[in-house]
Design a protein around this ligand. Structure first.
Ligand code: BGC
Length: 408
């Protein structure tokens, strides 16, 4: 089936708010209490304290790359006031990774905002990108020479969908107009950050960095073939998976494609309105597949199809997230193996996939779903905060060591 190249990026991903704990200046911290979520993020996975030990485990599992996010609300807890201690904290994080020969991939925005920023209207504010750029500039000064991979924004369309269309995440709006405004501001933020990052590296005679976003993609399949279902699949695939990336690509503002892939969405149009065509899903799920503990279908074929479709961008691709929440670690391993199979098959079809980052390195706070979903390749006991390396992690580690996907 072919092997993975020796310079392939192998590792896992995390985000600050989901793992660190104590992010008390963030909008999520206030919101989760205000709405009374069943689980509050609290100490999360305790990663803020024990990140170096977590990286020891990653190293022992042969990881050579790690994606994490910087919590803006720690760096800039009040508007324009930067916290040197927190800046140093992330410098330590980066240094500990580099000391272990683990390549850091830094995410600048992963769903959460500083409270002060959300009080100014968050991403609806027309100056939002300027605040973001000031923060990015601070990070460049602090870590520019230590980082090659920058991911400006994690899953912009998921953020917009959850926070401004479904209205189930802060600031809980349900408005197409707001969603559109936020989308434009996020695009602007990425375009400007892209320029800023590149000009910093050029000015300081540093090797050019690689900048992208982490784009959530889904396989859309019709529940039953038929004109409306088929049309909806085409439209959703276009609007959700490709359009945002095309906008950035046309402006030359992507150096690679970062893809987060988990599952498929089964399309069943139940009415003739535009929202029916864009949003209706099949609830009966006639084509039964194995599922994760949140009920998402396991569908590795979708990753292959998407990779083949992204080939036309002519850019290297990194899988910036792929993972499963389950209590069944055998299923986790099957999931990983099947998705790695899709990646190899795509590579054999000339898709330039250069890395695979499993979501997540450790069990963590799954947003409004709390601590129950277990995505970690390393388990966390939320009472003792002890880590438990799962068998799936060991099996992945063997694949990394061998550079090939042979039977376990
Ligand atoms: C997000 C993560 C989340 C994961 C699993 C991705 O969409 O980037 O923050 O934990 O999916 O739901």
């Amino acid at each position: 089936m072919g092997d993975f190249p020796s310079n392939f990026l192998w590792g896992a991903a995390t985000s600050a708010f989901q793992t660190e704990g104590g992010n008390s200046n963030s909008d999520w911290w206030e919101w989760e209490k205000k709405v009374g979520l069943k689980d509050l993020s609290g100490d999360a996975s305790g990663h803020y304290e024990v990140f170096a030990r977590d990286f020891d485990l990653a190293k022992s599992l042969n990881h050579n790359a790690h994606r994490f996010s910087i919590e803006w609300s720690r760096i800039e807890p009040e508007e324009g006031k930067f916290n040197e201690k927190e800046i140093q904290h992330y410098k330590d994080v980066i240094t500990e990774l580099r000391n272990r020969n683990i390549t850091p991939l830094v995410t600048l925005h992963h769903f959460t905002n500083p409270l002060w920023f959300s009080r100014l209207g968050g991403w609806e504010n027309k100056n939002s990108y300027k605040y973001f750029l000031r923060y990015v500039n601070k990070l460049l000064e602090a870590y520019g020479e230590l980082i090659t991979y920058w991911i400006t924004i994690n899953e912009p369309l998921v953020y917009i969908y959850q926070s401004y269309l479904l209205g189930i995440w802060p600031p809980q709006k349900k408005s197409l107009i707001c969603a559109r405004i936020v989308e434009n501001n996020l695009i602007k933020a990425h375009l400007e950050a892209y320029k800023l990052i590149h000009s910093f590296y050029a000015k300081n005679n540093l090797r050019p960095p690689l900048v992208s976003i982490a784009k959530n993609v889904q396989a859309f399949v019709p529940c039953r073939a038929g004109f409306l279902n088929n049309l909806a699949v085409i439209l959703r695939n276009r609007f959700f998976n490709f359009e945002f990336m095309e906008k950035l690509h046309r402006k030359g503002a992507l150096d690679f494609i970062g893809l987060n892939y988990y599952t498929r969405s089964v399309v069943e149009v139940k009415g003739l309105g535009i929202l029916n065509i864009l949003l209706d899903v099949c609830t009966k799920n006639h084509q039964k597949l194995e599922k994760n503990s949140l009920g998402w279908d396991i569908y590795p074929r979708g990753l292959y199809d998407l990779l083949i479709n992204f080939r036309r961008f002519n850019l290297p691709i990194i899988i910036t997230e792929n993972g499963i929440c389950t209590q069944n670690d055998d299923l986790r391993w099957r999931y990983i193996k099947q998705h790695l199979g899709s990646i190899l098959a795509a590579r054999n079809n000339n898709v330039d996939v250069r890395g695979y980052l499993y979501w997540s390195l450790i069990d963590n706070y799954e947003w409004d779903k709390g601590f129950e979903p277990r995505f970690g390749i390393i388990g966390v006991d939320y009472i003792s905060y002890r880590r438990q390396v799962r068998q799936s992690a060991n099996k992945l580690s063997e694949v990394i060591r061998k550079g090939s996907l042979t039977d376990d």
